[in-house]
Design a protein around this ligand. Structure first.
Ligand code: GDL
Length: 664
């Protein structure tokens, strides 16, 4: 790794699509970052004209003044302001005028007092124009050449970031280690430039240490994580109020930094940024000799609790900056509409607003948790509804009624939370939240009415589930309709059939399973579209008989959903000297595994593999390898997360083949 010891960059990237934040929101962000110990802000709003679409245009006097004020506000709060430009939509890399335009633009921003820069090439066409094809041997060469030039032009800024076009493992072909694009970037990008990386996917559920070691080796430097865990610009119904999670703190010393690209709505990022700051605080604790920290690690639940307690205070504030949002300012706090009015004994009493509680905020966060996970209460509500719907014969009986009552109470708590939220003094936060809480209130109200109907009661006509419902009875618009027609619809609805109610079985394979096994095998082949001859394929296709106890099937309610076949002496199935003797000495056995994509939880597949490894161990084998088509990402990523299998470096393999192995 070429980098000298650097400050760990921690903070926020404003890098989402949609309405950019306002200058005063950004200033408020710097205040919060300083308060919570974060140190960086990357300015990269996708829909800001002069950041991306009109990247060549210089800022006007008025804009210049605003940016200057913003940059100095960041400095006052000890936040490093990193200005990013995204020229990738239409730049001609080989045209010297384009480089001049970029230099002119960044020099202008340098004149505003900015000293840190970034060049972003995410989300663009990868096909080069004819002129660039003549001038550069690859897209990576073109980007690297322009980026290196700019870096030198700006006199090698201390912080200069580059966002590759393949910015996550899922985009790399055939794989991270074998990606020609990333290898060129790693080799040729000036060592003083840092590289942004979003993890295994654009929105990564987990970021493992192994995955970062893998990409760092290719990039020849530790990456800066651009974390999309809280980004919500891809779905207007989703919002993420869960804690920063599934990134072990052991990552910290292996990274150059972490910047979170959070929810579009500024005020709804309190939890996202607060919990990221808690996570980052473990970088100091790592080196501290303070006995208190011994054995403690970042705990997402605890971090969430702390964030929500602080956020609760914000909800109670009526003195919003700029007096925006129609909230009550300090001056007119007393008296209010009650001035001169007191209801008589027989009149309606005055409306009294109940204050928001920490429980309300916890519930809110659990309903809008994380991209791959609902919070505990949300899961419970889905499970309850699932059971109430299924247990037809039980309706009317005591136990069913008890459960229906419980579900009704949970829906009631959501409505109560909505009511309290709509009364909070801080109208700015409320207005950012409004669409989401309205949507969930509607959702649970419909579900509540449905359970009433199941129990034989008649709900309010507005909520009736008839064939002529009000429009809120069929939600989601055109996009929702498209979604429901796609084959992938429902795959991630693990909440609709919650994991707890799914039952999987592992059993020996019988000849009757062969058609189902082949179906899964063929699906994978179609998905990966790669022709490589694998020893494992011969086991799956039945050309070679697996060793004793080494053919296992995974079943779910719908039938076969996975398999594992192994042979303790792989050599007996090889038609030629396919793999080197040295590899076969350490890893004499072969296993072929596939899990259908409809199986959402890793733990079941993990059990299947463990059972197989134990059968091989019993047969006296020392080690086992498994072959993967390099774009069979699902299985490859899965085995990596298990941390049992490692990628084996085998000379002379075809580039579209990856071998993973484990000692037994
Ligand atoms: C992306 C975009 C980002 C967007 C995010 C979530 C990167 C590097 N780029 O791919 O602008 O907000 O997805 O939709 O993440």
């Amino acid at each position: 790794m070429s980098k000298k010891c650097e400050m760990f960059l921690s903070g926020v990237v404003e890098g989402f699509y949609g309405r950019p934040w306002t200058m005063s929101q950004r200033k408020e962000l710097f205040t919060r970052e300083q308060r919570w110990g974060l140190n960086a802000y990357l300015y990269a709003p996708k829909d800001d004209y002069k950041h991306r679409m009109y990247w060549r245009d210089l800022y006007s006097l008025e804009e210049a003044e605003q940016l200057m004020t913003l940059i100095s506000a960041a400095r006052e709060r000890s936040v490093e302001f990193i200005y990013a430009i995204s020229p990738g939509l239409d730049i001609t890399f080989s045209n010297p005028k384009e480089l001049t335009a970029l230099k002119r633009k960044l020099s202008q921003v340098c004149g505003f007092g900015c000293r840190s820069f970034a060049l972003l090439f995410d989300d663009i066409e990868t096909e080069m124009c004819p002129a660039d094809k003549e001038a550069f041997s690859s897209f990576a060469e073109a980007q690297v050449s322009v980026t290196n030039e700019l870096f030198l032009h700006l006199e090698e800024p201390h912080t200069f970031l580059f966002c590759p076009t393949d910015y996550c493992a899922a985009f790399c072909t055939p794989s991270v280690p074998l990606s020609a694009y990333l290898n060129t970037v790693g080799e040729k990008l000036n060592a003083g430039i840092d590289i942004l990386w979003t993890g295994p996917k654009v929105v990564s559920q987990d970021i493992s240490v192994a995955s970062i070691e893998e990409v760092s080796a290719v990039l020849r430097r530790p990456p800066v994580i651009w974390d999309n865990i809280h980004a919500n610009d891809y779905d207007p119904q989703r919002l993420f109020l869960g804690p920063f999670k599934n990134r072990p703190t052991e990552l910290i010393p292996k990274l150059r930094g972490v910047l979170t690209n959070p929810n579009c709505e500024f005020e709804l990022n309190f939890v996202a940024i607060h919990t990221l700051a808690s996570w980052c605080s473990y970088r100091q604790k790592d080196v501290s000799m303070d006995g208190d920290d011994q054995g403690s690690d970042y705990n997402p639940h605890e971090a969430l609790r702390l964030a929500l307690s602080d956020w609760l205070v914000e909800f109670g504030r009526a003195d919003q900056p700029d007096g925006a949002g129609g909230g009550r300012s300090k001056r007119d706090e007393e008296p209010m509409q009650t001035d001169g009015y007191a209801p008589g004994p027989k009149d309606n009493p005055l409306y009294t607003a109940e204050p928001l509680t920490l429980d309300d905020l916890t519930l809110l966060s659990e309903l809008f948790y994380l991209p791959y996970e609902h919070g505990a209460t949300a899961v419970l509500m889905l499970q309850e509804l699932h059971c109430l719907r299924r247990e037809d014969s039980e309706r009317g009986k005591e136990e069913w009624r008890r459960r229906a009552g419980k579900f009704d109470d949970m829906c009631g708590a959501v409505v109560q939370m909505f009511n309290r939220l709509s009364n909070v003094p801080n109208r700015i936060i409320l207005y950012d939240l409004y669409n989401y809480i309205c949507d969930i209130k509607s959702g649970v109200t419909m579900a509540k009415a449905y359970v009433k109907t199941l129990g034989g009661q008649t709900p309010h006509p507005a909520l009736a589930l008839t064939d002529d419902p009000e429009p809120w009875g069929f939600r989601g618009g055109l996009s929702g309709e498209f979604q429901r027609m796609l084959p992938s619809h429902g795959i991630r609805d693990l909440f609709r059939s919650p994991p707890a109610t799914r039952v999987y079985t592992i059993r020996p394979c019988t000849p009757k399973d062969q058609p189902e096994v082949l179906k899964i095998f063929k699906e994978m082949q179609i998905e990966t579209q790669q022709k490589v001859e694998l020893v494992g394929d011969r086991l799956v296709e039945g050309h070679v008989t697996p060793s004793q106890n080494c053919s296992l099937i995974l079943d779910d309610a719908a039938g076969v959903c996975g398999y594992a076949f192994a042979l303790s002496d792989a050599k007996t199935a090889m038609t030629k000297a396919q793999y080197p003797e040295t590899m076969l000495q350490d890893f004499p056995s072969v296993v072929a595994i596939q899990i259908h994509s409809r199986v959402p939880d890793h733990s079941t597949a993990e059990r299947l593999i463990e059972q197989m490894l134990s059968a091989l161990r019993d047969s006296g084998s020392k080690g086992v390898f498994s072959e993967f088509r390099s774009n069979d990402r699902r299985m490859y990523d899965f085995l990596k997360t298990l941390d049992v299998f490692q990628v084996l470096k085998v000379d002379g393999l075809p580039t579209n083949l990856v071998i993973m192995g484990t000692k037994l």
